[in-house]
Design a protein around this ligand. Structure first.
Ligand code: ADQ
Length: 468
């Protein structure tokens, strides 16, 4: 059986991190065949000669049959590859925020250089029949770099964020190079059918691709298989956490604290793609249009700090501080604050209790690859008295979770109406919707996702066979 090699910008070290569903699923896949998880260590190292970290050793650590191999980046590589291109170009453009993108040519050069560095270092670890699974937007050109160094392995790629429509992608000066690079993979997986459609339209319009059959595209003298593989959560792990002491304590504390009130909950990274200001506006509309919620509904918004060294995130932080301050000032009473805004991480073990104590979850990103919070909220509910999910139609999860109340987050009035509907929804309807949602979240969990992707990758006709 072939070994699996997972490559991602960041890895998960079993000795240090309290892993979430994705890390658990990838580690599980690695353990099944034995394998390597390869990526950036998260550390920066100043180079003696001021250059990039090439001479640098790999940090290698093996637990059982899984090896973790990481390397440090230089501050210059981190600035250009990570902050500049990955998070200053690809992240905003893929989330339709061209206004926030900075197309500095130094960033593209750094991105290419670090992908070459990943390729060079990875090649030293590879065996001929290893199967390689590359993750996310930081590493789009990695297979092309590996191929040009003679790597013949089967290589798959999964994009965790959205694929934008062709004309938005075309705003990136290097768009053709990026999209052509994807054709060096044997299989490219996206979160949602809409992403597959956008990619197909891009290569049809920009590279005159021919569709050879369902999800088989021919362009740049290659045939590529693509598909939607919606990522899921580890439902069993989440249910276990909900029943463990910290989960139960959290639930009991929140239920007691909010016994007279209905709790609405948002849990996000503080990121402009998550639609947080729009959400606060919608909540304000709820209090204005449905005054019965004053003094009775409380929104807890947890927004964990994220990418604080990228400028756009500072502006968002200030905007959220000001919006939450204003709504509390305008509507708050001595014994009731409409919004509790917490700019911190919540420990993973406490999240299920918090989800379960909430009547409504607001998952209203302006654009999101999938959004796992939506699925976690469903998994944590009491099936006999479940809370209701208000979900943006622009989250990848909306393709699967149709029984949620789907909203357009730009339409703050419509979102307020949906929140009100969720708050007053009769028990029988909540139970019906939740049971359909839970079935889907269970059927397509994170283990299903990694199994399905890896099976498709093992069965695909390899790119190199097409060339002979
Ligand atoms: P993210 O943008 O980080 O991920 P999401 O899927 O919502 O978004 O969250 C990932 C995890 O982080 C979840 O397990 C959640 O519980 C946790 N989390 C989020 N906010 C938190 C907070 N404030 N405190 C504690 N934990 C928090 C990217 C893409 C998504 C895609 C995932 C996985 O942007 O669209 O779903 O990858 O592919």
């Amino acid at each position: 059986m072939s070994r699996l090699v997972v490559v991602s910008n960041r890895t998960s070290d079993p000795r240090k991190t309290a892993a979430g569903g994705l890390a658990v699923a990838l580690r599980e896949s690695l353990e099944q065949t034995g394998g390597v998880w390869f990526g950036w260590s998260g550390k920066l190292r100043e180079m003696v000669d001021g250059g990039t970290v090439d001479q640098n050793d790999l940090h290698v650590h093996t637990t059982g049959n899984v090896t973790l191999a990481t390397f440090d980046l230089s501050p210059e590589d981190h600035d250009t590859y990570y902050l500049g291109y990955s998070n200053g170009v690809l992240w905003p453009v893929c989330h339709y925020r061209l206004d926030l993108a900075n197309f500095d040519t130094r960033f593209a050069k750094g991105y290419r250089r670090v992908n070459q560095l990943f390729a060079r270092k990875l090649l030293t670890l590879l065996k001929p029949d290893d199967i390689i699974w590359v993750h996310d937007y930081h590493l789009i050109p990695l297979a092309a770099e590996l191929r040009s160094a003679g790597c013949n392995n089967r290589i798959g790629f999964f994009l965790h964020i959205p694929m934008p429509p062709p004309l938005i992608m075309a705003a990136i000066p290097e768009h053709e190079w990026l999209m052509r690079s994807l054709f060096a993979y044997d299989l490219v997986g996206f979160q949602a059918e809409s992403d597959v459609t956008h990619f197909t339209h891009y290569v049809e319009s920009e590279a005159r691709a021919v569709c050879l059959g369902p999800n088989h595209l021919r362009a740049f003298d290659r045939t590529l298989q693509v598909g939607a593989y919606p990522i899921g959560i580890d439902v069993d792990e989440f249910v276990r956490l909900a029943q463990a002491k910290e989960g139960r304590d959290m639930f009991a504390r929140m239920r007691e604290e909010y016994s007279r009130r209905r709790l609405l909950l948002g849990v996000d990274r503080l990121d402009y793609s998550k639609g947080l200001p729009h959400r606060i506006h919608a909540f304000r509309q709820l209090l204005e249009r449905y005054p019965e919620n004053r003094d009775s509904a409380t929104l807890i918004q947890i927004a964990s700090p994220s990418r604080e060294d990228v400028g756009a995130y500072d502006d968002l932080r200030r905007e959220m501080d000001s919006l939450c301050g204003a709504i509390n000032g305008d509507f708050g009473e001595l014994d009731w604050m409409p919004v509790r805004y917490i700019h911190r991480n919540v420990a993973r073990k406490r999240l299920p209790g918090l989800y379960r104590a909430s009547r409504v979850a607001l998952v209203t990103p302006l654009r999101d690859g999938m959004n796992l919070v939506a699925k976690e909220f469903i998994a944590a509910q009491d099936p006999a008295d479940p809370g209701m999910l208000v979900l943006s139609r622009f989250a990848g999860a909306a393709e699967q979770l149709k029984e949620a109340l789907l909203v357009n987050p730009y339409d703050t009035q419509g979102t307020a109406d949906a929140i009100q509907r969720a708050l007053v929804m009769p028990l029988a309807e909540r139970i019906d919707r939740h049971s359909a949602l839970l079935n889907r979240v269970r059927e397509q969990d994170v283990h299903w996702w990694s199994r399905t992707f890896l099976k498709a990758l093992a069965e695909v006709e390899p790119v190199l066979a097409q060339m002979s």
